[in-house]
Structures are given as C-alpha cells and as structure tokens.
Design a protein. Structure first.
Lengths: 353, 517
C-alpha cells in the first residue's frame, strides 16, 4: 500500500525539490543578507578601491566581535520565540563589576579567570531573566525591559559610576594581544587582535548547540509553538533557563572583551545599542516571531551592519546617513521575507499544482 | 460509572483511570471517570462536544492534571502525569490540532520525540541525526507517506493538511507505543487515506498496541470495531463492544434523550430573496454565487480549509471580499468592514465567541447593548441606562437565558448561555441577515436545543440566516438547504430534508485529485 501512497504524495515532495531562486530565498533568507553585503562591498570598492585593503577588513573584523556575540545571544532567544533587550545591561554590569573587582581586590587574577567569571556573572543574570520569563508568564520583551533597568540601576547605584581609564594590566594586555600583524602600505603596523577568535568560536559553539543537541532542537520547537512543545514533553523551564543563561554568558563575554578592547571601563557604555543588535539578527533572516533563522545568517547580518557603519564614510556618505541606510535595509529585507512567506502560505488545497 | 471494568483482566490493564474528577474554574468537566484500557484493543470514545472527551485524553497524555482521582499506569499509581511520563509509558497522542511544530521538518516532527523520550526529557544530549532519519523513514512508510530526502526535509507548514494529519500519526507510531490516542484523526482525510489509516490501526493492534479513537464518525467506528465508551456531561454513561449498540442507541446515549424529533425546522422560506451573492471572491473563496430567501436558513459546510470560514467572514466584512457583488433586499451593498455590515443589517456570530464576540468581564446587560449604545445615547453621548436595561432584559428573556440577573458577568455563564447572549445582542438591531459561525461549538446539549429553537423563531420572523458549521446533524436538523464547499467553491447544494450525512461528507472530502484518478 505504501507504494501507491508514495506516488500520491510525491507531488508535495517534488514541490520542495524543484529549485528556484524564490524557494532558496524563502528557505534560506540569509542569501538576501549575503547579496546585500556583497553588493555594498562591490559598490564601495568601485567608488573607493582603498576599501579592499587588509586594514579595512581587519577593522571590520575587530568591530564585529562584541556585536556578533550579542547577536548570537539574541538569535538564540529569538529562535525560541522570545526577545531580549537586557543583554547590554548584563554586559555593562559584568564588565564594570569585574574591572572594579580586579582593580581593587584581585589585581593578580589571571585573564582567563576574569573572562570566565564575567561569563558566570552573565549566566547568573541571564538565569534571572529566564526564571522570570518562565514563572511570571510575561512576554520576555517586558521582562527584559524590566531587568535592563534593574541591572543597570543596580550597577550605577551600588557598584559605581566612575569611568575607569586605566585598566588592570592583564586586561589591557589581553586587548592588545595580537593574533597576527601585517604591515600596511604606509608602513603602519595593523593588528588583528587575539580576541577576534572568540567570535568564530562562539558562533561555532552556538551552531553546534542549535543543530547537534536536543537542546537546540528544543529551542526551535519552543519557537515554533511553545504550547505544543510543552505538550510533546519539552520542558519549557529548562529551555527558558538555558536560553537566557546562554545569552547572558555571551553578553558577559562581550562585555569583558569590550572593556579590554577599548582599554577603559565606562559603566554608561553599551546600553542603548540593543536595537542595533536586534536589527542585525533580523537582517540575518531570523523572524521576530521566532522559530527560524541560522547562525550564519546572524553573523552575516552583523557584518552587514558593521560594514554599513564603517564604510559609508569611505565613499563620502556622512555618518549620519548610516541609520537611514540601515533602516531602509531592514524594511526592504523584512518586506521581502514577508512577501515570500505569504506567497508560499498553503491555503486551499486545490490551489497548489 | 454504570459499566465497571470487566474484572477478569484488570491485572494486565495498560492504563486505568479511577474516579477521575476535573474542574476548570467553576466548570465540572469530568465527574468521576472510571476507565480501563487493555493492550491490543480498540476503543471509541464517543460523546457530544463538551462532554469531557478531550479533557480525559489530555489527562492520559499528561497535558492536564486531574483535580482528584488516580491513574494506574504500568502497575504504578499516579495522581497526575507529566507529558514525559506519559510518553515514556508509551502513550502517544495524535491531537485534533495535530500538535505539529510548523517550523520544523517532517523528519524532526516525526522522530525527534523518540530521542526526547529516550533521554527522559533531558535536553543536554546530542541529537542523533542518523537515528532521526531512520526512525522517520520507518514511520512515514508505515502511514504511506514518501520517505525520500526532500520530503523528510520539508518544513511542515508547507504541507497540505491531509499530509500533516498523516505526519502526526507517523509521529505517534514512530516510538514503541503501547497506546495510541487519536483525536478525530480522519476529519481531513480522503476515503483512501482513511482506509490506509484503518490498516495502520489493524497493524498496531496485531502488535498488541491499544488504540483509542475520539471521533464523531460512527461508520468508521463500526468498521474498526472494538469497544465503545460513551461520555455525556463529564460522565461515562456506557461501555461495551461497539457492535452491540445501534447507531441510534449510541446517539441517544450521547445526547441523553430520544432524538426522534430530528428536524427543528418549522417554517418555510418565502419566495423573495433576502441576500443574493454573485460571483463572490475572497481569500480562499473562488467565484461563489448563491442566494438566501427571506425566512430561509441556509447551511454551509466543508472542511476547515474549504473556504467556508472565509466565506462567512467575507459576507460580514470581517475579511472583506475582493470581488463579486452582494445584493440585500434588492439593493446592492458593499461590506468592507464589520461596521458597514452592521449598518446594512448583516449580523455575525463568530465561531470563537470568547475571542471575537463577548466581553467576558462585562455584564450581560453591557454585552447585550453593545451594538446599540449609539442609539441609546442622547446628543451629549450619555447612555439611557434605563432603556438599555429594559432592552437587555427583554433580549435575555427571548433568548431564554437561565438567569434573570442581567448584571452577572458573561464569563460566569455556561458556553450555551454565552452564545445566547451573543445572539441576543444581534437581535437588538434586528438584522436582515444573520450569519452564525459554528453556533453550538462547545455548547451543551440543552443549550443546543434552545439555540436551535431561537434560530427557528428568527427565521419565522423573516430574517435570513446562514449557518456555517461542520456539525452536520446541526445543519440537517435546522437548515432548508445546505451548500458544501470544497477548495474554495460550492461543490454541492442539497435539500436538507433529504440529504444524509454520508452525502455531505462525500462532497466535503472529494478532492480534485481524487476525482481525476
């Protein structure tokens, strides 16, 4: 009997097998992101060939790290159908507290321990988010708006408001440690810092969790439909706690790297850049309603935003235009994804060929 | 409780429910259910909407915890189950909503749960893609779906409804299930797919798996055979081999009364058209024409994706039509929004009365006058409450609400009374045409009766009525004519007095592909 049935329904399968550009974009929306990225790079290179210099690329790489770490965290939460706007506050909290802690009490703490402690701090704050989201049954946007204020308020009221200009030496050294150096045409030494490696590693780990563990599948299941996922036996509590904990770890890591890279710790820093990060993730093809998206897309989205932010100046467009460009890209890409989605909407049965 | 378990084999019972009670807020959904399921047996859980069938399967699958009572599973006694406990014990459920994750692939939907249950719900485990593929292939082949890579990797939201139903069934049999619960598994299947499903069930039973069906389709129950379990108002009123009951007996057990007085329809439609629909086009509806006479009750049915819901929404401006013409009492009308529909005299009782129709925390009085507030207010916008209260009282009486207290919040009423409040609200503006969408969904038997009688009274007064429903007996009992929709078109028109459920089903289920073959 299965033979005849196979013939019956192979129409459906054939549909997904047939290859078309529209189908590709629908299933892998990050192709749009990639195309935009390439298009911008090509245009900028034509207008100003200096863009293709190693120094520009290294700048872009360096500038992507912190935003990329944030974006990975946001993406993981978005994949499960939530949203997080407290990650910058978590990063600010952990980076500043760690800097104060190291400077005042533990001047000889090795940098690896500093980083680990920052990540644990991030996990702790993230888990607070996760538990609140789960037990209050309040949308994560509201919860994380609340905790953003809370974490930041706690930081500024109880830990400090002083701008720390001279970092503990091990932190400064970490920020300067080179991965490799090249000599530019004008003789200046350009350094790709060691901390750059953190981004590809974090992206790899995130990809691995999402695609190779049950937790990863559970995250997408919850993003697809939380009620159904829970009915099927996925523990929403575990997923929520893990999600926000993991995003918190990434935020803590991003925070400490931000400090080391900038060689100063400003407690007023970072908060306010959430929308930029969420924009990058959405530009990378993840739907704001959850359940979709890829790590690759997220990284492409980050690169797109970083490139726009850093290269428009090179072609003579004033930096105030960055927002205009990013804004129109988001609208364009979103409109594009949505139309693709609507076209595929399986409606009445007879309509499909 | 009338029929206790046949004590002989209860030691080997797969699952036993003992005196299960369930309260939802003030609603007593299950009133002491005793039920024993044996391995390899088929059970048909029968009963009207709202009798507690869904609640009981949710208790078995761990989605709900009973308020009191015991569940005996594999020799252990539980007060309630978690989904993982239930799944680990081999209880698989195919829910009516299918419970598929729309954003995941077919293979993941079918086979991921095997790994989740294998890991006992713990998520810090590697995800075995090879095993996923193997399990999915096996299960899909068993229900007769393709097993090629492209199909395995299809995102479920891209599948047609019938395939989704089979995917849900494949998931249930992908693991070594001991009990497969199917909640109305055949609603969107074609006849051939139903045959296939029956084969699957036979195979499961030969492997000593018990199957519990929740269904309205008695013919299928007789074909499959096994035990009938009849629920009424949260109680189990009969249990026994299904062949020992006639259809009529089962229907009487379900409704709790003799259903000889089959047809409610009392009046006769006049000859003048109330509404003429000419080549109406809307999302999901393709060029549809029909008319409703004064005093006529027109039934419209079809599967969920047949376009019947969209048609109801297009007639009432909820989702406006994109083409075609409507003529009401000989006058061309445009209905671009619900507000316009109300102005023209077209009323709409939506399917989801809680989400779309009623203000639950507001009183009966406030709900009843919601449409006439403007008429009741003077030029300063002050509402004449006295007049409003008089109207609300009159409407409550006409609708035979079981309470005289119009200040009671609507949320405190039963589903049937809520529905009557909603219909009463429309009477306040005396519409020319009233579109009722699933008027008795989730309504108890007694209320059904009242609602049907009210509908007949309205038709006698000359109102045109359209009932959109998948409750076929409801249409057969109340309508003059029944239109059957399929793939966005009206594919059949039947005289309700002569039509049978079978004929209607056939028209609903005949897909274009099947007619070709």
């Amino acid at each position: 009997m299965s033979v005849s049935r196979t013939e019956d329904l192979s129409g459906t399968a054939a549909q997904s097998r047939s290859f078309s550009l529209g189908e590709l974009v629908r299933r892998r929306p990050e192709t749009i992101t990639f195309t935009l990225l390439v298009a911008i790079c090509v245009i900028v290179t034509i207008v100003n060939p200096a863009f293709l210099q190693p120094s520009t690329l290294i700048d872009i790489g360096r500038a992507s790290v912190v935003m990329g770490l944030f974006a990975l965290g946001v993406f993981v939460i978005l994949a499960a159908g939530g949203i997080d706007v407290s990650f910058t506050a978590i990063a600010a909290f952990t980076m500043y507290s760690m800097t104060v802690l190291v400077q005042t009490y533990l001047p000889n703490l090795p940098i690896a321990v500093v980083i680990l402690m920052a990540m644990f701090g991030g996990v702790a704050l993230g888990v607070i988010n996760g538990l609140l989201v789960h037990h209050l049954k309040v949308p994560s946007l509201i919860v994380t708006i609340g905790t953003q204020y809370l974490f930041r308020g706690f930081l500024l009221s109880f830990i400090g408001t002083v701008w720390i200009m001279s970092l503990p030496p091990q932190m400064g050294a970490f920020g300067r440690m080179p991965l490799f150096q090249i000599e530019a045409a004008n003789g200046a030494l350009i350094t790709l810092p060691f901390y750059f490696l953190v981004l590809p590693i974090a992206a790899g780990v995130t990809w691995w969790i999402l695609n190779r563990t049950l937790m990863g599948r559970a995250i997408f299941a919850v993003g697809g439909n939380a009620d159904i996922a829970s009915r099927l036996g996925y523990s929403l509590r575990t997923v929520h706690v893990f999600l926000f904990g993991y995003a918190g770890a990434l935020a803590g890591l991003a925070g400490i790297i931000h400090v080391c890279a900038n060689r100063q710790a400003n407690p007023f820093d970072l908060v306010g850049t959430e929308i930029n990060v969420i924009a990058a993730v959405v530009l990378g093809g993840a739907r704001i309603t959850g359940g979709t998206g890829t790590v690759l897309g997220t990284i492409l989205g980050v690169l797109l935003i970083v490139v726009i932010n850093s290269v428009l100046v090179m072609v003579g467009i004033p930096s105030t235009w960055q927002r205009l460009v990013v804004g129109s890209f988001i609208l364009l890409a979103a409109a594009f994804f949505v139309t693709r989605q609507r076209k595929k909407q399986p409606s009445i049965s007879g309509e499909n060929p | 409780m009338a029929a206790q378990d046949n004590s002989a084999q209860h030691s080997a019972a797969l699952l036993e429910l003992r005196n299960i009670q369930k309260w939802f807020g003030g609603v007593h959904a299950l009133r002491g259910i005793d039920l024993t399921l044996q391995p390899g047996e088929a059970y048909h859980l029968l009963g009207e909407n709202g009798c507690g069938k869904s609640t009981v399967i949710k208790i078995m699958s761990g989605a709900h915890a009973p308020t009191s009572g015991e569940i005996v599973l594999g020799g252990e006694t539980f007060a309630s189950l978690t989904p993982i406990q239930s799944l680990a014990a081999g209880i698989e459920t195919v829910y009516q909503d299918l419970s598929l994750l729309p954003n995941l692939t077919v293979a993941e939907n079918v086979a991921l749960n095997e790994q989740l249950v294998g890991a006992n719900g713990r998520l810090a485990r590697l995800f075995d893609r090879k095993r996923l593929k193997e399990t999915a292939e096996k299960a899909l082949a068993a229900v007769g779906l393709p097993t090629d890579r492209a199909f395995l990797n299809t995102i479920v939201s891209d599948l047609p409804l019938a395939s989704r139903q089979l995917v849900a069934i494949a998931r249930a049999i992908a693991t070594r299930a001991k009990l497969v619960i199917m909640d109305e598994p055949t609603t969107s299947l074609t006849r051939r797919e139903v045959d296939n499903l029956i084969h699957v069930v036979e195979r499961l039973r030969s492997e000593n798996v018990a199957v519990l069906f929740v269904t309205h389709k008695l013919d299928e129950c007789y074909r499959i055979g096994g035990h009938a379990v009849v629920f009424r108002d949260g109680q189990c009123v009969a249990q026994g081999p299904i062949e020992t009951y006639s259809k009529k007996e089962l229907a009487e057990l379900m409704t709790g009364r003799s259903i000889d007085a089959q047809r409610y329809r009392t009046g006769k439609p006049s000859d003048t058209d109330r509404l003429k629909v000419d080549r109406l086009v809307a999302h999901g509806v393709r060029e549809t024409s029909f008319s409703v006479k004064k005093g006529e009750i027109l039934g419209i049915t079809g599967l969920a994706d047949s376009g019947r819901n969209e048609l109801a929404m297009a007639l009432t401006g909820v989702v406006p039509a994109t083409g075609g013409a409507l003529t009401l009492d000989g006058k061309a009308v445009s209905v671009r929004s619900p507000a316009e529909a109300i102005q023209q005299g077209i009323g709409y009782v939506p399917e989801d009365r809680l989400a779309e129709g009623l203000f639950l925390d507001k009183s009966i009085f406030e709900n009843e006058i919601a449409l006439i507030v403007a008429r009741l207010s003077n030029s300063f916008g002050v509402v004449d409450r006295e007049e409003g209260r008089r109207i609300a009282s009159r409407l409550s009486e006409e609708m035979r609400l079981n309470t005289r207290d119009i200040d009671l919040p609507v949320g405190a009423l039963s589903g049937g009374n809520q529905q009557r409040v909603l219909i009463g609200r429309w009477l306040s503006i005396a519409p020319k045409l009233l579109v009722l969408h699933g008027p008795t969904v989730g309504v108890d038997v007694g209320s059904k009766d009242t609602i049907y009688r009210v509908i007949q009274t309205l038709a006698e007064a000359g109102m045109g009525l359209v009932i959109v429903s998948d409750d076929l007996p409801e249409l057969l009992q109340n309508a003059d004519r029944i239109l059957v929709m399929n793939s966005g078109r009206v594919v059949a028109e039947m005289d309700a007095e002569q039509a049978t459920e079978d004929q209607l089903y056939k028209a609903m289920l005949t897909t274009t592909t099947e007619t070709v073959q």
